[in-house]
Design a protein around this ligand. Structure first.
Ligand code: 1GP
Length: 252
């Protein structure tokens, strides 16, 4: 049987790129959780990422189960820490925060989570996580106590991404931070796409189909949409975003 990452890669190759919905499993989303999942399913996302920088209660496991019950899409944990793990998920992004120099997020959390991941049999998707300056101080920056990379330092960002690739990571995640004001430039994505042989996930501040189209055209293989799911009550807008992400399918 195909693993989650392999299945997503097959979809990506067939459709041009993949749309990943990010659901924050925090208590603040408790009452709207089922609505959020319904929006994701209606809008043709390819998978659901679940995670957050900080969860203010002990409802993580329960919310993963509720997401699972309301959708057949793959559920992939996008953990804010080694405490965000669940046997009810299909996979976990096994992140290393390469842009920072905080050993806790380079290897510490990974060592704490590895035996649990082994025990519950989760698929671990090795991910080089690179925090970029999105123009606002992000939760990732605050919680990880690391600085984001300046977006104009394209050679330095490339060096981090290549380091992730040479360390054997399966994918590079360019994170501008949830609600980012300035988002990844097309020139940066084009540069990384031309040098890397592993896929690129981009996320943070994606709120329009036009911008999503720019990013996939420049080379993003997976786009993550979080905030917009919570704010947008226009199903057409979400569908339009996934339609441009699935540009090869749209073209057929
Ligand atoms: C944050 O990249 C994700 O980790 C999604 O960002 O909430 O701005 O869509 P948004």
């Amino acid at each position: 049987m195909n693993g989650v990452f392999q299945s997503l890669e097959e979809s990506r190759k067939a459709n041009g790129a993949c749309a990943l919905a990010l659901i924050d499993p925090d208590v603040k989303n408790d009452l709207i959780l089922t609505d959020l999942v319904n929006r994701v399913v209606d809008a043709n996302f390819d998978a659901i990422l679940v995670g957050g920088s900080l969860i203010m209660d002990n409802g993580f496991e329960d919310r993963i189960s509720r997401i699972r019950q309301n959708s057949s899409l793959p559920v992939i944990i996008f953990p804010g820490s080694s405490r965000q793990l669940s046997a009810n998920a299909d996979a976990v992004l096994f992140l290393s925060l390469l842009s920072g120099r905080n050993p806790q997020y380079l290897i510490g959390e990974q060592v704490e989570s590895a035996p649990i991941i082994y025990h519950i049999g989760l698929e671990a998707i090795s991910t080089g996580y690179i925090l970029l300056d999105g123009g606002v101080k992000s939760s990732v920056q605050v919680m990880s106590n690391t600085n984001p990379l300046p977006v104009e330092k394209e050679d330095i960002i490339l060096a981090h991404a290549l380091a992730g690739q040479y360390m054997g990571m399966k994918v590079i995640f360019l994170e501008s931070g949830s609600g980012a004001e300035s988002v990844i430039s097309k020139s940066l994505l084009s540069l990384l796409k031309s040098k890397l042989s592993i896929p690129i996930i981009a996320g943070g501040g994606i709120t329009s189909a036009e911008f999503a189209n720019d990013l996939v055209t420049a080379g993003a293989d997976y786009l993550v949409i979080g905030n917009l799911l919570e704010k947008c009550d226009d199903p057409y807008k979400l569908k339009e975003i996934t339609r441009v992400i699935h540009h090869r399918r749209s073209a057929n």
